[in-house]
Design a protein around this ligand. Structure first.
Ligand SMILES: NC(=O)c1ccc[n+]([C@@H]2O[C@H](COP(=O)([O-])OP(=O)(O)OC[C@H]3O[C@@H](n4cnc5c(N)ncnc54)[C@H](OP(=O)(O)O)[C@@H]3O)[C@@H](O)[C@H]2O)c1
Length: 319
């Protein structure tokens, strides 16, 4: 089969399409013909020379086929594995190996694609949908809140805007380009701000909640915006590669509660979060933005689009 691999960490161009042996499912595994492989920003961070965020990277043996989630048809089940899903379309997390024609999927985590959702949208609601629902749970938004959504045109951010609007909060969407801000406007953000402008924080005004995923200087500036009776930050990433640099003293001075949210550290939350994201998607109440669908051979260009920040919404590779 064909699979994208990288033999060293480095720029997007380390990703190459190669011929590799077909995988065979072991006990507890399903063999899936991949129709869509999702790109998560985590893939980009794991492929690169990780810089300040290196210590958060799992141990990865090279060469590796990246890709943490797939949608596709189950071809067969391994020994002693339930065959009920053979022939069905599923989405699933994979430990890696998603950017390929065939993938081995843990049977316990395979989720049938619901009627009414296509492969791409079901995939966009897997990791990113579950994360978005989990972040909103952690924020416990009410109609009294004004919430700053960072990276609001991204895969998760565009879902967060929708969920925060549905929770009745006043939503300030921040992103680095007009194309991304347009996505947020389309989903009902009450205000938008381009945080690549030097005075962006001055344009936002006070907020009660920050959904923090950029890190570095942006995180520090966002902290300064917190105000009101129950200010809080839900910290779920650092896309700039530099974690937030505020200290416990800074949080104390702001009277802010810091709520970290990590799906990776809390996998027990996944089945419920994923089901809720899919239910919302099926009901038409959560609409993933499919920004780009590219062939496997263009994996490097797809990763590049995250690094130059032109990627909007969910980016998918298709064999
Ligand atoms: N906690 C969890 O369980 C969990 C799970 C999955 C993902 N995540 C995190 O959630 C975030 C969003 O993930 P995603 O997969 O949906 O990706 P994404 O939002 O589609 O892409 C990453 C976003 O980060 C922003 N960004 C800020 N600084 C950047 C920089 N220096 N280089 C590149 N991008 C930069 C970009 O938006 P702008 O250009 O508008 O700034 C971009 O849209 C990531 O930080 C990811 O690591 C967390």
């Amino acid at each position: 089969m064909k699979a994208v691999r990288h033999h060293r960490f480095g720029p997007p161009e380390v990703l190459v399409l190669e011929e590799v042996p077909d995988p065979a499912p072991g006990p507890g595994q399903l063999l899936v013909r991949v129709a869509a492989a999702g790109i998560n920003y985590a893939d980009v961070l794991m492929r690169g020379d990780a810089g300040p965020s290196a210590r958060f990277r799992p141990v990865i043996e090279l060469p590796v086929t990246p890709g943490l989630e797939v949608a596709g048809t189950v071809l067969s089940a391994g020994p002693d594995t339930d065959t009920a899903l053979v022939g069905r379309k599923v989405t699933a997390f994979v430990p890696n190996g998603g950017y390929a024609e065939l993938a081995l999927v843990p049977a316990a985590g395979a989720v049938p694609v619901p009627e009414g959702l296509d492969d791409n949208r079901a995939l966009a609601l897997l990791s990113q949908g579950a994360t978005a629902v989990g972040v909103i749970d952690a924020a416990a938004l009410t109609a009294e809140d004004t919430v700053l959504v960072e990276a609001a045109g991204g895969g998760i951010g565009s879902l967060l805007v929708q969920l925060a609007v549905a929770a009745g909060a006043t939503v300030v969407a921040a992103a680095s380009s007009e194309a991304k801000l347009d996505v947020a406007r389309r989903f009902g953000a009450h205000r938008v701000v381009n945080y690549s402008e030097a005075d962006w924080a001055g344009q936002v005004g006070p907020v009660t909640v920050v959904l923090e995923t950029v890190g570095g200087k942006t995180a520090t500036e966002a902290l300064q915006l917190l105000s009101g009776p129950r200010p809080r930050i839900v910290l779920y990433g650092f896309a700039s590669g530099t974690p937030a640099e505020y200290t416990a003293a800074d949080l104390f001075a702001a009277g802010a509660t810091l709520i970290p949210f990590s799906l990776g550290r809390n996998p027990e939350l996944l089945p419920d979060l994923n089901r809720r994201a899919l239910d919302l998607g099926t009901a038409g109440r959560l609409s993933p933005v499919i920004g780009d669908v590219r062939p496997l051979a263009e994996a490097a260009a797809a990763h590049r689009s995250f690094e130059d920040r032109t990627a909007v919404g969910k980016i998918i590779l298709t064999p």
